[in-house]
Design a protein around this ligand. Structure first.
Ligand code: NAD
Ligand code: APR
Length: 245
């Protein structure tokens, strides 16, 4: 066994906030989507009413338009100091490390992180509703786009909707069980199962650290909470762990 600790890092919307992507639950966040104009009248939608299997079945135009706009918005943003610092840690860390992001943007990988996964899916990916095949996707995804793999099913945004099973849970749970340190960055702790990862990691003996703008719903579960902007806190923490190694 190596002396260098094994690390699992959970990230949420807060780590991309300083890149200009609104968080879900902030006051100006995307929890109310008001960018939709129908018959010249602005219309507000609760995110919970757009990101569901029921919405996709009932109003595919609306759901696809929502994700087309979010996919298009990625072109105008770049990774910030927090994404860059985690990519630097990923490159330098010789022991196990896994970045689990709830974000559907691609800023971790654009910063150069490799040991990472998207538990809630990705904007730049489409998935076949019939056969489950995935295709990298850029630009608009009109409802009814046929899957090239099976030729029969329709492609949908490759996003885990409310009520659906997040991706790669077995791999995440194995990493949490083996972790010496669990770090949560920029997430409100409002959505399970991600909100429960801190308790799983603790139960298996990991030390736990939270880096967030404000205390999250699960703050009491962390050994230490540091409050502030991810763009400041994350590079400082990365410097600290690399120096302590
Ligand atoms: P929920 O708490 O009702 O359900 C969570 C889902 O995860 C359930 O299907 C449950 O069976 C499963 N689950 C729970 N614990 C599990 C475990 N330990 N192992 C494997 N599976 C487990 O979920 P919710 O709050 O309605 O959200 C569902 C998911 O959809 C969340 O991950 C949420 O973040 C995601 N979502 C993503 C977006 C987006 O835009 N990226 C938007 C909305 C919801
Ligand atoms: N630095 C650090 N933290 C920040 C910053 C910042 N610059 N800006 C905001 N935050 C914090 C907020 O204080 C908040 O606690 O980030 C958190 C963002 O929380 P949410 O908007 O709830 O986002 P997240 O936790 O990622 O949401 C989880 O819910 O809607 C679903 O699937 C969606 O993945 C998403 C999940």
């Amino acid at each position: 066994m190596s002396d260098v600790p094994s690390i699992v890092i959970l990230t949420g919307a807060g780590i991309s906030a300083e890149s200009g992507i609104p968080t879900f639950r902030a006051e100006n966040g995307v929890s109310y989507w008001d960018g939709d104009i129908i018959d010249f009248v602005p219309k507000k939608h609760r995110v919970e009413d757009v990101c569901t299997p029921e919405a996709l079945a009932g109003d595919p135009e609306l759901v696809h338009r929502f994700y087309d706009l979010r996919r298009a918005a990625l072109a105008g943003v770049v990774p910030n100091a927090a994404h860059e610092a985690l990519a630097r840690l990923d490159r330098a860390w010789e022991a196990e490390l896994l970045i689990v992001t709830q974000n559907v943007d691609d800023l971790h990988e654009r910063a150069g992180a490799v040991r990472m996964l998207h538990m809630h899916g990705e904007l730049n990916s489409a998935v076949c509703a019939a056969c489950g095949a995935r295709a990298e996707w850029r630009g608009a995804l009109p409802p009814g786009t046929r899957c090239a793999a099976c030729g029969a099913g329709a492609l949908r945004p490759d996003i885990v909707f409310f009520g659906e099973m997040p991706y790669q849970m077995a791999r995440i749970e194995a990493a949490l069980a083996a972790a010496d340190l669990f770090v949560s960055i920029g997430t409100s702790g409002a959505v399970y199962p991600a909100a429960g990862f801190v308790q799983t990691a603790r139960a298996y003996g990991a030390a736990t650290l939270e880096l967030n703008l404000e205390p999250s719903a699960g703050s009491a579960w962390f050994d230490e909470t540091r409050l502030g902007a991810a763009g400041v806190l994350v590079p400082a923490w990365v410097d600290e762990v690399l120096a302590r190694r």
